[in-house]
Design a protein around this ligand. Structure first.
Ligand SMILES: Nc1nc2c(ncn2[C@@H]2O[C@H](COP(=O)(O)OP(=O)(O)OP(=O)(O)O)[C@@H](O)[C@H]2O)c(=O)[nH]1
Ligand SMILES: [Zn+2]
Length: 332
């Protein structure tokens, strides 16, 4: 089912403009209606931002059926779009999504949950200590990013408490940009990575994500929790994803509630491989049903390395992601 939207989801990072039009033959034409971005959802009410920055509350129009809108969606609004107190617009259509970031509650959960639409980057926020970093969790979020065709970035917070060197070294072969922060640190490198992009911030509760968002977007007041001394976890202080426009640069930050696990039952080796574009050329000769893993005999990726056509580090990086996607939550 989710596969049907794949061709739109899986566009490569460097061709963001290309999109396919939905079939509109037997549907009314909504193309004259104003577009808005869904910035947050609260008890069935969609908070939308029009192109001229006016904020409008909206409900789903009946013709949308069971199809929902998610944060980051670009929607067509009908009805009262004045944004005045007490007014309510209607979401008539959801524009084709460039990307959809998904997770399942855990690896046994058959229902994939779309979290955010149209992001092109995901910032994985991890504390270097308090709470301690979990490489398994970082890898799993990276797998979800690759699956969605969204570029991962690693943000290591609380560098005042522990050195980032080990983690930086661990992610070097994956070519993932890494930024390091500590209280009062210069956020210019972070801003530079965010400029011109729609970036989802994901992280375990208590890693300092809200602190970071508040520093990047002054006045937004994301509530910060205090790490609980007993559990080492932050309080769950944020409840819904919210899209926030960057004040000085073009671009959006989509802050998501703290996550404890990241189920990946929707991910296939092929969808992850698609983000390793240089590797997919070598899998044509693979035996049927090859998962391109370490123990798959005659995998074309191994032959490519043996011939010298593919760097072994590149294959190791892909296999590491492949492995992370197979691990169950409770094995982390
Ligand atoms: N030592 C240190 N503490 C930090 C840093 N950044 C944030 N903190 C503290 O870590 C705690 C958690 O920070 P938050 O920003 O609330 O973390 P969060 O990831 O948003 O957590 P949730 O709101 O629970 O999702 C707070 O007490 C912050 O003051 C840092 O760079 N160094
Ligand atoms: Zn293979």
């Amino acid at each position: 089912m989710g596969r049907n939207v794949r061709s739109d989801d899986m566009e490569s990072f460097d061709r963001p403009g290309k999109r396919t039009r939905p079939r509109t033959k037997d549907r009314p034409d909504y193309s004259k209606l104003p577009t808005a971005r869904v910035i947050t959802i609260d008890r069935g009410r969609y908070r939308c931002q029009l192109d001229d920055d006016v904020l409008v509350s909206a409900t789903k129009a009946r013709q949308l059926g069971r199809k929902g809108a998610i944060v980051g969606d670009i929607v067509r609004l009908d009805g009262d779009v004045s944004g005045e107190e007490g007014t309510l617009a209607r979401i008539c259509a959801v524009e084709v999504r460039r990307t959809v970031l998904r997770r399942t509650a855990d690896d046994n959960d058959p229902f994939e949950r779309p979290i955010v639409a149209n992001a092109d980057q995901i910032m994985i926020v991890t504390a270097l200590a308090d709470p301690p970093p979990r490489v398994g969790m970082i890898d799993r979020i990276m797998v979800a990013a690759y699956d969605a065709g969204v570029k991962p970035i690693l943000c290591l917070t609380k560098a005042d408490l522990a050195s980032p060197d080990e983690l930086i070294a661990a992610y070097e072969p994956l070519d993932v940009p890494v930024v390091v922060t500590s209280p009062g640190s210069d956020l210019a490198p972070v801003r530079e990575l965010l400029a011109g992009h729609v970036t989802v911030f994901v992280g375990h509760s208590g890693v300092g994500k809200s602190t970071l968002v508040n520093a990047l977007i002054p006045g937004v007041n994301r509530s910060t929790g205090v790490v609980n001394d007993v559990t080492g976890r932050g309080r769950h202080t944020s409840t819904s994803a919210i899209a926030l426009e960057l004040p000085d640069e073009d671009g959006w930050v989509i802050d998501t509630p703290g996550v404890r696990s990241f189920g990946l039952s929707h991910v296939t080796p092929e969808s992850v491989l698609a983000s390793f574009g240089d590797l997919s050329a070598f899998t044509d000769q693979c035996p049927r049903g090859c998962q391109h893993g370490t123990n798959d005999p005659e995998c074309g990726l191994d032959s490519a390395v043996a011939r010298g056509d593919l760097a072994p580090e590149r294959l190791d990086s892909y296999r590491r992601m492949w492995q992370a996607g197979r691990l169950k939550d409770w094995e982390l």
